[in-house]
Design a protein around this ligand. Structure first.
Ligand code: FE2
Length: 300
């Protein structure tokens, strides 16, 4: 089968066919996929049964794995016990809900509560000075109901702003931290070490895609303060913008099938996880590519 990308619905996503993600890609294919990412901002690959190593190898066609650092705390919060977390390949983020024995975590576990805020609209690593490029999520075990991942097109949302709002947001700078997004769901039990590691970083509210040059709203639930604004004014304005930018015509909702691989460009989208029955195991593994743009240095 030849490589092709078909649009899914009329939103920002495309479905890729003719690619085996376990095999090395030619430079031409990598370029064609990148072009597809720049056009759509999210691509779905079905029936890709991947090991961690295969997922890493596929990911590395498109850049470098994001390193931990300022804004990362202790890195990904692993749900599994230490031994199992070590068994995950280096560079793999564990976004599953299971413990070392493969059992879903109890609702009062810290890891479960910490990760719940991922169900708020966000852009991965917006709390890091250089936010992420792509995230790649592999569905190794998916629940029988719910658990969709939804994507919102921040380019289309920016384009659709009225002229007054466009002018208003143009030069605004926000402070992003994991602490702000956890606050929204009432999770405030950050350790001193985490508070230090999650010190807010500055991001422009309007960013420009490094390849396409398209402007987009750089929104995320990690954004808690607009510089020069009071906190209540900041929060209400950001909430309004997120509500506007996630109207259904900007959104693709992905219903997971076993062994789907979904890739999105954090420089052009927000996403959120949806509710599912926490008595069921959901094993999803993520690789994340380092970004290449310091938004604060971008000109309007
Ligand atoms: Fe995320």
């Amino acid at each position: 089968m030849d490589f092709a990308i078909q649009p899914i619905g009329d939103a920002l996503a495309g479905e890729v066919s003719g690619i085996d993600c376990r095999k090395p890609l030619s430079l031409e294919t990598v370029a064609a996929i990148e072009a597809g990412m720049n056009h759509y901002a999210a691509l779905v690959y079905r029936r890709q049964k991947l090991t961690d190593e295969e997922q890493l190898a596929f990911t590395l066609h498109f850049g470098e794995i994001e390193k931990k650092g300022r804004g990362s705390g202790t890195g990904h919060i692993h749900f599994r016990n230490e031994e199992q977390a070590r068994a995950l390949a280096r560079g793999i983020g564990d976004f599953s809900n299971i413990d070392g024995a493969g059992k879903p975590l109890p609702p009062d576990s810290r890891a479960h509560q910490f990760k719940l805020a991922d169900r708020l609209w966000h852009s991965d690593s917006s709390f890091r000075p250089v936010p992420a490029k792509y995230s790649l999520l592999s569905g190794r075990a998916v629940p029988s109901w719910g658990g969709n991942t939804e994507f919102a097109d921040m380019r289309a949302a920016y384009d659709a702003l009225d002229a007054r709002t466009k002018h208003e947001v143009e030069d605004l700078v926000c402070r992003h931290s994991n602490i702000y997004s956890r606050e929204v769901v009432g999770f405030s039990e950050m350790t001193e070490e985490e508070r230090e590691a999650f010190k807010p970083v500055r991001q422009r509210l309007v960013r420009r895609h490094p390849i396409t040059g398209r402007k987009s709203l750089f929104l995320s639930s990690h954004a808690g303060i607009i510089e020069g604004w009071t906190i209540p004014e900041s929060r209400m304005f950001l909430r309004d913008l997120i509500e506007f930018a996630t109207q259904s015509h900007f959104v693709y909702s992905h219903t997971w099938q076993l062994n789907d691989l979904v890739v999105w460009d954090n420089r052009a989208t927000m996403h959120r996880g949806r509710r599912f029955d926490r008595a069921e195991a959901r094993d999803v593994r993520q690789t994340r590519l380092a970004g290449d743009v310091v938004t604060i240095e971008q000109l309007a």
